[in-house]
Design a protein around this ligand. Structure first.
Ligand code: CP
Length: 329
């Protein structure tokens, strides 16, 4: 299994790592069932401190990481608005992050800047405080921990239906700038026989680097603008919103008609009975809230899975995963 110091990209994970996170997350959820179990989890890392540096908006990634810290007894500090930090006085991001490393044992960061996490990990590795970095979303580039929780949700959803292998996953929406798509597509190549249908408007098709990676991996995928035809073939529908925060001109995204890529109640009768509907959230109008009541809707469970998979990830990174795997409940 891959030994990991920083979590920067989904391409770091191999199949044994994913299977181990799956197993670990299930064990952690068992601990959650009793007060004794939760107290045990809290006793694992009370001597550790984490920094949450989120300079791009976030609800669930921030809160699930913060909650994961609380579950493990880790104390956390945060910066969410650089107008309250010395970056306002002209301090570079590099110096800011290096300063955090003076005070904490782990840095979890979200930034609009592509590649920043890699740069900071490299910088800290050459410093006297090489603390681990977790990428919690880097511009339109990668969201590796979202991909971990998505894989966990898929594995769990299909555990009684032959597993994730061989399933067809339909990814829908803004595939060009959706970082969850980029990270999840990479991980799906680790599941033999799985295929992806990418359904999007022409303007939001996947980027060339992902297309080349999938081709080189000899992974089966299809790109289409006929979402309604893809629905009945799919075992999972993975909806995403239009990422207009990356528009280079005002209203650029609104010039693209995305309405054919919305999932609504009328589609449900075409969807397999064992299929699952996912969304990294937040959503807008691409996923009708009426669907929330359908048993195939897994997105609320998916976001809660995010907290548990992040607990599993932090125990692995901070070296206490064996303390989860060994004790009998
Ligand atoms: N899925 C996700 O990254 O959500 P937030 O932007 O709310 O963290």
């Amino acid at each position: 299994m891959t030994q990991i110091r920083h979590i920067l990209s989904a391409s770091q994970f191999d199949r044994p790592f994913l299977d181990r996170i799956y197993h670990l997350t299930n064990k952690i959820r068992q601990f959650d069932k009793s007060k004794e179990g939760l107290m045990y989890l809290q006793s694992l890392l009370p001597h550790q401190r984490a920094m949450l540096y989120f300079t791009q908006p976030s609800t669930r990634t921030f809160l699930s990481f913060q909650s994961a810290c609380h579950i493990l007894g880790i104390k956390n500090s945060e910066i969410r608005d650089t107008s309250t930090s010395s970056e306002m006085k002209g301090e570079s991001i590099e110096d800011s992050l290096r300063t955090f490393s003076s005070y904490v044992d782990l840095i979890i960061m979200r930034s609009p800047v592509r590649g920043l996490c890699d740069r900071i990990a490299n910088l800290l590795d050459q410093s006297e405080r090489p603390v681990p970095i977790i990428n919690a979303g880097s511009g339109p580039d990668e969201h590796p921990t979202q991909a971990l929780l998505d894989i966990y949700t898929l594995q769990r959803s299909f555990k009684d239906f032959g597993g994730l292998e061989g399933k067809t996953i339909c990814m829908v929406g803004d595939l060009k700038r959706g970082r969850t798509i980029r990270s999840l597509a990479r991980l799906l190549t680790l599941f033999p026989g799985t295929r992806i249908i990418f359904a999007s408007p022409e303007a939001f098709r996947i980027e060339n680097d992902l297309r080349s990676f999938l081709q080189t991996s000899k992974f089966e995928f299809l790109e289409t603008d006929q979402f309604s035809d893809a629905i009945y073939q799919s075992d999972a529908i993975y909806m995403t919103r239009i990422q207009d925060e990356y528009d280079t001109t005002v209203g650029e995204s609104s010039k693209v008609d995305s309405s054919k890529f919305f999932l609504n109640a009328s589609h449900l009768k075409h969807l397999k009975s064992t299929a699952v509907i996912m969304h990294p959230l937040p959503r807008r109008n691409e996923l009708d809230p009426v669907i929330d009541k359908d048993p195939r809707a897994k997105y609320w469970r998916q976001e809660r899975n995010g907290m548990w998979t992040r607990v599993a990830l932090m125990t692995t990174l901070l070296g206490v995963d064996q303390k989860i795997l060994l004790p009998e409940l």
